[in-house]
Design a protein around this ligand. Structure first.
Ligand code: ADP
Length: 338
């Protein structure tokens, strides 16, 4: 029997849901060039060469697949590639392409050299994927004319384009689709230094006094090595700064983060609940994802994509496809907060 889970009754501050104001400031915070894009050094080096080469050859870029946890900058870097190639970019996502006719009209409406960005590409339906195979490889699509026994398939040329796919679940992509990408690039979590640079840049853009090293470190250490979370905290601290005037010290930052339940590691109530159950309910033994999701009342996808990657990265849990369990460091953390 499938175990159902329900949404938690709190909105996680570490889970940056887009509010209207967020969207407006989001645009101003998004880096526009590779130069402004912080960190991910290897990827930027690689892309610089590919972009330069495509420009010299007066050709389109090979198709690119970005993968990694959410909010690390896959969408941002795709827009930057378009900017650097002086190409336009069309955005869509795997679940938004429902019918074969959707993908056909998208592909046939592309201009030569345009970029098609498909977010959550692992959620494309198989019939849609099949159309993409020949579109990506030969820049052709098969169109069925007529119906029943009289139906014939006709090949139609489409403009040369670059597909950029983004996914948080590389393992859910089929091999034929994955093989058609010329570049498969993994975005990593950001280190504290790069996050501090992002936070500093965002604070300057939102125009308040500069942050000092103490405040920068206080935000960076809680941002789960993720730029979108860092930017959300910058906006919150800007609000406190507007009212309190002085936030440029560790003590003030600690007080602010405490007020919305985010600790020095960047963990919030949901992370603590999950770790706590692994210790007290399951006594450190391995537990399946659906059981865990049901016990803490959260969706499986949120635990898998949002909560666990960071807990794994800081060494508080271990997981296999079948189970997850607490580590010694995770247990020590739980003891320290009791
Ligand atoms: P993803 O597509 O991986 O979910 P986004 O591209 O939407 O992530 O990134 C989230 C936000 O974080 C962006 O809008 C941008 O403001 C910021 N951001 C992401 N990567 C960087 C970076 N390398 N340098 C500066 N800001 C970044």
């Amino acid at each position: 029997m499938a175990i159902k889970s329900s949404k938690p009754d709190i909105e996680r501050i570490v889970e940056p849901i887009s509010h209207e104001e967020d969207i407006i400031s989001e645009v101003s915070l998004r880096p526009k060039t590779l130069e402004e894009y912080v960190g991910q050094t290897q990827i930027k080096k690689h892309l610089r060469v590919s972009i330069e080469s495509a420009k010299i050859r007066k050709s389109t870029l090979e198709h690119i697949l970005f993968y990694g946890p959410p909010w690390l900058g896959k969408t941002t870097i795709s827009a930057i590639i378009a900017h650097e190639m002086t190409a336009t970019i069309k955005h869509t996502s795997g679940p938004a392409i429902e019918k074969q006719s959707d993908i056909i009209s998208l592909l046939t409406s592309l201009q030569e050299g345009e970029i098609l960005f498909i977010d959550e590409i692992h959620r494309l339906r198989p019939q849609i994927e099949e159309i993409l195979y020949s579109a990506m490889e030969d820049f052709q699509i098969d169109i069925m004319i007529g119906s029943g026994t009289g139906a014939t398939s006709v090949k139609m040329d489409i403009p040369r384009f670059t597909l950029i796919g983004a996914t948080t679940k590389l393992s859910n992509l089929t091999n034929p689709l994955r093989d058609r990408f010329g570049h498969v690039l993994k975005l990593d979590f950001y280190n504290t230094k790069d996050l501090s640079t992002i936070i500093d840049r965002s604070f300057r853009i939102l125009w308040y006094n500069e942050l000092n090293t103490e405040a920068l470190e206080a935000i960076a250490s809680r941002s789960r090595w993720t730029p979108r979370i860092a930017n959300r905290y910058v906006k919150i601290l800007r609000d406190y700064a507007t009212v309190w005037h002085e936030i440029n010290n560790k003590k003030a930052c600690d007080t602010i983060f405490e007020s919305f339940g985010v600790d020095i590691h960047g963990l919030d109530i949901l992370d603590r609940k999950l770790l706590q159950h692994l210790v007290t309910t399951f006594h450190g033994t391995p537990v399946g994802l659906s059981t865990l999701a049901s016990i803490i009342g959260e969706e499986i996808g949120t635990i898998e994509d949002v909560v666990e990657p960071y807990l794994l990265q800081i060494g508080f849990i271990e997981r296999t496809p079948r189970w997850r369990k607490i580590t010694q460091n995770g247990e020590m953390y739980i003891q320290s907060i009791q």
